[in-house]
Design a protein around this ligand. Structure first.
Ligand SMILES: OC[C@H]1NNC[C@@H](O)[C@@H]1O
Ligand SMILES: [Ca+2]
Length: 446
């Protein structure tokens, strides 16, 4: 393979999530989600933004799939909204909710685009939160029943399944920092949410195997930030390693592949792990078909006794995206290489990578050269990872469309396609045009 071309059949895609793009959160019998509640609670989101309309994808999905086809996407990663299917999380099924995803999947297949379905991208049915949500051990059963029902209804057409999106963010930004739904600030609840998400994930993998879905593959998507020691001192090196074990793929892949939490977590955070967590480790250890890696940025970690796990993030002084995240492409390589070395997954997909910049429309065009530069720098690192033994099979740009960026509302634009929220008009940005050339050439050089 020439040094700039990706392997044949490399899976080029783009990613979105239900609450961020669909709108119509309570239409056609859908139940409320914790993000509907959180965004409707004053003070929680920028400008009081909510997912009530978002990109109106619930109604415009055909137009958006035509856009994906125009871009030449091979695959599309999206999430199913659990409360559209089970308005109360369990029990009563909402056929109209199932219907929406049936129409979406059928339209994707018609356009020859491979669906990659995330079963859970944070919009938990609010009724389950009233029962404790991810801190209630029974959620492992509620989630598995929901997932298994999705396998039964869509398994004939959907072959690639992701159980959870970024369980670390759900657990800690949602239950410790309080900046995401359900808005808790409780470290014990956070580790309980980690543990119950792992239990739910592995029970679901077992149920998936029993469904015998032809050519079916199941994996998990994990968030990652490349953490380097601020100085070449043992305490900074240790702090950076601990930050890696806690906030990156090891927190979940160590239990899944090796049957226990990472060493550093057991040494420094065992008091927060649920009582008798050891009894669940054998069940959590369950083979998966691929690992989904999300990557955006890197930081430096400096030893700091006042911070959780004894480390605080400091900056390198690199250029930043609109999110204030430093642009560190080398960290992408480190994360990809690291996951292969530490757990040797059969397959790896980059399930999210992208950047928010201050996009402006000029004569119906968006000249987002910074985003093209960001994507190119990161694709160079992804190709280098493949050339160094990483079993990387595909890459999903985050995101197809500008959308609801959680607590930041609509103030941060990650799309390769611009959305004018007043008119719901879509404009393919220069980065979208560039990305369609990458797909055509299977290379970032053309
Ligand atoms: O912050 C950008 C993205 N990060 N991963 C999860 C997605 O839902 C976010 O929009
Ligand atoms: Ca097992």
């Amino acid at each position: 393979m020439s040094e700039k071309v990706f392997p044949k059949d490399f899976m080029w895609g783009a990613a979105t999530a239900s609450y961020q793009i669909e709108g119509s959160p309570l239409v056609d019998g859908a139940g409320s989600s914790i993000w509907h509640r959180f965004s409707h609670t004053p003070g929680n989101t920028y400008n009081g933004d909510t997912g009530d309309v978002a990109d109106d994808h619930y109604n415009k999905y055909k137009e958006d799939i035509a856009l994906m086809k125009e871009l030449g996407l091979k695959a599309y990663r999206f999430s199913i909204s659990w409360p559209r299917i089970f308005p109360y999380g369990k029990g009563k099924i909402n056929e109209k909710g199932v219907d929406f995803y049936n129409r979406l999947v059928d339209e994707l297949l018609k356009a020859n685009i491979t669906p990659f379905v995330t079963l859970y991208h944070w919009d938990l049915p609010a009724a389950l939160q009233d029962l404790g949500g991810w801190t209630n051990r029974d959620i492992a059963y509620w989630y598995t029943d929901y997932a298994d029902y999705m396998f039964q209804r869509f398994g004939d057409r959907v072959k690639n399944w992701i159980t959870l999106n970024e369980p670390w963010v759900m657990a800690f930004v949602g239950h410790f920092m309080g900046e995401h739904a359900p808005g808790m600030k409780d470290l014990y609840a956070s580790f309980s949410a980690v543990h119950n998400q792992l239990r739910a994930h592995s029970k679901t993998v077992k149920a998936f195997r029993e469904e015998n879905i032809k050519e079916g593959k199941i994996g998990i998507t994990l968030s990652n930030t490349s953490h380097d020691p601020a100085a070449d001192s043992q305490e900074d090196i240790d702090a950076a390693r601990l930050a890696h074990e806690w906030s990156n793929y090891p927190l979940f892949l160590n239990p899944i592949y090796k049957g226990d939490y990472p060493k550093g977590i057991k040494e420094h955070a065992s008091e927060f792990l649920p009582h008798n967590y050891e009894n669940d480790l054998e069940e959590i250890k369950e083979k998966i078909d691929f690992v989904g890696i999300n990557y955006y940025s890197g930081d430096l970690v400096k030893a700091d006794t006042k911070s959780f796990l004894g480390g605080k993030n400091v900056e390198r002084g690199l250029p930043k995206t609109e999110m204030g995240w430093e642009i560190y492409p080398e960290g992408f390589y480190k994360i990809l290489k690291g996951v292969q070395e530490e757990y040797n997954p059969k397959e790896v997909y980059v399930t999210e990578n992208g950047a928010a910049f201050d996009d402006k429309v000029v004569n119906q065009e968006v000249h987002d050269e910074k985003r093209i530069e960001y994507l190119k720098q990161h694709l160079e690192q992804a190709l280098k990872a493949i050339q160094n033994g990483v079993t990387l099979k595909g890459y999903f740009a985050w995101s197809l469309l500008d959308n609801f960026e959680w607590a930041w509302g609509y103030s941060k634009r990650f799309g390769i396609v611009y959305v004018d929220y007043k008119t719901q008009k879509r404009i393919i940005k220069d980065s979208g045009k560039w990305y369609s050339q990458v797909i055509k050439n299977n290379s970032f050089e053309f």
